[in-house]
Design a protein around this ligand. Structure first.
Ligand code: ATP
Length: 134
């Protein structure tokens, strides 16, 4: 089976480096599935999961937006933050979710609603990746 080299990099350093058979994730334009030999492209990503498939095994990485660059044998994801499922602190994500929900529900004028909604989406994404709900 042909493979692609996938690197997921954040401002804090590399998070994932491996060869996989298929990468799939959510671009701003919709769901993307990338196999070896894919045409070169660059796409902005949504807050979501990156699924890395090898045989029957699928690993998940939570990413908080960023960019995906595809070359025929390599995929590079530059993300604002990225965590493998096993390195997610689930309590922290649940607290971030409650905090963001509280801010959104408070309806106070000093709350930056867009910022709170993005924090909520990051937290839900981490919870889903931790629970392998993708
Ligand atoms: P919090 O409010 O808990 O900081 P956040 O969504 O604002 O959440 P980010 O700004 O996206 O956090 O991330 C800051 C750093 O903390 C990044 O390096 C990210 O990988 C890490 N991080 C955030 N939440 C978690 C988590 N639940 N488990 C592991 N690492 C996390």
């Amino acid at each position: 089976m042909k493979t692609l080299k996938v690197s997921i990099v954040t401002p804090d350093g590399p998070v994932y480096d491996s060869n996989v058979e298929m990468v799939s994730t959510k671009a701003q334009s919709g769901e993307l599935g990338i196999l070896p030999g894919h045409i070169p492209m660059v796409a902005p990503l949504q807050i979501g999961a990156v699924r890395l498939k090898n045989g029957n095994n699928t690993e998940l990485v939570a990413v908080s937006g960023g960019f995906l660059e595809v070359r025929p044998e390599q995929v590079t994801i530059l993300a604002q933050s990225a965590e493998k499922a096993e390195s997610i602190d689930i309590e922290r994500a649940k607290e971030a979710k409650s905090r963001a929900e509280g801010r959104i529900q408070s309806n106070q004028p000093e709350v930056d609603r867009v910022r709170a909604e993005l924090a909520l989406r990051r937290a839900i994404n981490r919870i889903n990746v931790f629970e392998h709900r993708f």
